[in-house]
Write a protein that binds this ligand. Structure first.
Ligand code: LMR
Length: 327
């Protein structure tokens, strides 16, 4: 009997020790941009909040600058359990759902207020679930901002872009957008853009002020047209398997920390865009071109047919709901 008691005690002690030293859950957060961007800052804030509040139960490792996975691999890696969180641009989900293509339509949102209004609407929130069938969970939208058009030559009207090669994200809508002005779009990962521009393997690209500045694209692109022609925002995602595997109380705390980090990122995104725009101007490396209303109207006229082209894939109702957020 005494032997049995000793054995039970040993088992109990071993189990107890295991519980006490249970390894923390690690969230690897992988992204492709620099730390000094809305996404980079949001990821760092998320790490701080989680580690402060979850008392060692959960740790967050942030991998910026495509260190862990490039933009075209991260979602596959997430489904394999090699990374737990990421915030790819909304243009990079095409393989998983067609609906998010709505965000890529050129000249759809007049400003970030309209974007926000649509994302927070019932329709926008429902889109967070559009990846569920593919094993991914949308946890929230994060802003970067409006895209500008950079190139080796000034881009004032669509004719200027004709025949020129532009890097795009992996999106058929963006491909159609450049084809609509007779340009040549090339789908390339973010990590390759600087070298492609520097070696003049391509003529230009479209991106936000913070991405252009933090990746020094302005140092190898003498002209940036302030076109605000499209959106570059993100969806923060995780895998359903990882998310459902968390204890309910841990999941609630992680989600709360994430919501706060996203609010922080969204809060700084517009200011960051304006600061980085000014820093580019101050650098003297690139001329920021303002186009006239008449010139802008030409881009709109040339690119707007893309909406119709993708109406069946995206859904006319969805396009209409997004456009209505401008009112
Ligand atoms: C790009 O590939 O240009 C962007 O999606 C990078 C990013 O994540 O902002």
């Amino acid at each position: 009997m005494r032997l049995l008691t000793a054995a039970v005690t040993t088992v109990a002690l071993t189990l107890g020790a295991q519980v006490a030293t249970a390894a923390p859950i690690e969230i690897k957060f992988s992204h492709v941009v620099a730390e000094n961007t809305p996404k980079g800052q949001m990821a760092m804030r998320f790490k701080e909040l989680v580690e402060e509040r979850l008392d060692g139960k959960v740790t967050v490792s942030v991998f910026p600058n495509s260190q862990l996975f490039g933009d075209n691999k991260v979602l596959e890696a997430m489904l394999l359990g090699d990374v737990q969180m990421a915030a790819p641009s909304l243009s990079k989900f095409q393989k998983y759902t067609k609906q998010l293509q709505v965000f890529d339509l050129p000249f759809l949102f007049k400003d970030m207020e309209a974007v926000n209004k649509f994302q927070q609407s019932a329709t926008g929130q429902e889109l967070l679930t559009s990846l569920e069938k593919r094993g991914l969970v949308g946890l929230g939208y994060l802003h970067n901002g409006m895209k500008q058009l950079s190139a080796g030559e000034p881009m004032r009207t669509p004719e200027d872009a004709a025949g020129k090669k532009f890097r795009i994200m992996t999106s058929d809508v963006l491909q159609a957008q450049f084809e609509a002005v007779d340009a040549v779009p090339l789908k390339k990962p973010f990590s390759e853009v600087f070298t492609l521009l520097q070696t003049q393997a391509i003529d230009g690209q479209e991106n936000t002020w913070s991405n252009i500045y933090s990746k020094k694209f302005h140092e190898v692109q003498p002209y940036i047209t302030e076109s605000n022609h499209g959106l570059l925002d993100y969806m923060v995602v995780t895998s359903a398997e990882f998310w459902k595997g968390l204890d309910a109380d841990v999941r609630t705390e992680v989600k709360k920390a994430l919501d706060e980090a996203i609010a922080y990122g969204n809060d700084i995104s517009e200011r960051k865009a304006m600061e980085d725009r000014q820093a580019i101007i101050d650098s003297g490396r690139s001329e920021v071109i303002q186009i006239t209303d008449a010139e802008r109207a030409k881009w709109v006229e040339a690119m707007k047919p893309v909406w119709k082209q993708f109406e069946d894939e995206i859904g006319a109702d969805l396009i209409e709901a997004a456009a209505a957020s401008n009112n």
